[in-house]
Design a protein around this ligand. Sequence first.
Ligand SMILES: NC(=O)c1ccc[n+]([C@@H]2O[C@H](COP(=O)([O-])OP(=O)(O)OC[C@H]3O[C@@H](n4cnc5c(N)ncnc54)[C@H](OP(=O)(O)O)[C@@H]3O)[C@@H](O)[C@H]2O)c1
Length: 239
Amino acid sequence: MYEGKVVVVAGGTGGVGEGIAKWFAQNGATVVIPTRNVKKVDRARDYIAPNGEKVVFIEGNISDEADAVRVRDEIIETFGKIDAMVSSLFGWWQGDKLVDLSLDHWDYLINSSLTTHFIVGKTFIPAIEPGGSYSMIVGLSSVRPVPHSGPISVANAAELMLRKVFSVEDEGRVRINDINLGPINTRTRHPMYQSPDFIDALEVGEIAGEIAFGKASDMSDHSLPLRLRENFNEWKASL
Ligand SMILES: NC(=O)c1ccc[n+]([C@@H]2O[C@H](COP(=O)([O-])OP(=O)(O)OC[C@H]3O[C@@H](n4cnc5c(N)ncnc54)[C@H](OP(=O)(O)O)[C@@H]3O)[C@@H](O)[C@H]2O)c1
């Protein structure tokens, strides 16, 4: 289905990202995954590409601007282009209430989430082929304040605006969207906290695939809230 396509999945070693990577790889794309931690590679590869599907890991820290540029240039040099990219960066955090949070901790969390999305977007969006797709994965906490996860709620809300500004400034050259998810059944979510009402990480990949190359490939400058399985089923039926 996606033969000849080059897809970058930032955060492709993570719980949601590995499902996204698997969807693209099992449908024929060449999938490139930057990672800061090569120790994660074997586990991710076994899941994403059990039958030798085309997945390549590049060691690098895309939260660091210079390293993000190096990783991007290496991808372009090796594969010649980027057709689509999905950014599924940073996970979850729970801890102090905002009034008790240290400035150091705030800075760390905002840098790891919002600022990483800024660096990755500014570095990679200009390198994506015209008409290509850039999808940001964002969570429900972007619109619903979550106590004891304040910096994540604040970062997620700002990521929605970051995405919108990337969209208007790019003037439609690349189709930039966000996929705004509820809880996902990932391999890392404890079975006790999984639910048949949630979609799984591979299905997040299916959403990203429809936006990049499929029935939703006219989608641009759009926020797609898919919180639960029923929303996912309705969206698929609407395509
Ligand atoms: N899990 C859910 O149920 C769920 C639900 C709704 C939305 N989301 C959203 O989905 C996205 C990914 O969540 P996840 O659960 O897959 O998280 P995760 O398992 O922690 O994976 C996040 C990935 O981000 C990469 N990353 C790159 N730079 C990072 C940095 N500076 N700090 C931390 N990670 C960095 C990491 O890759 P390396 O370590 O290999 O570099 C890591 O594999 C988040 O935006 C989250 O809000 C998740």
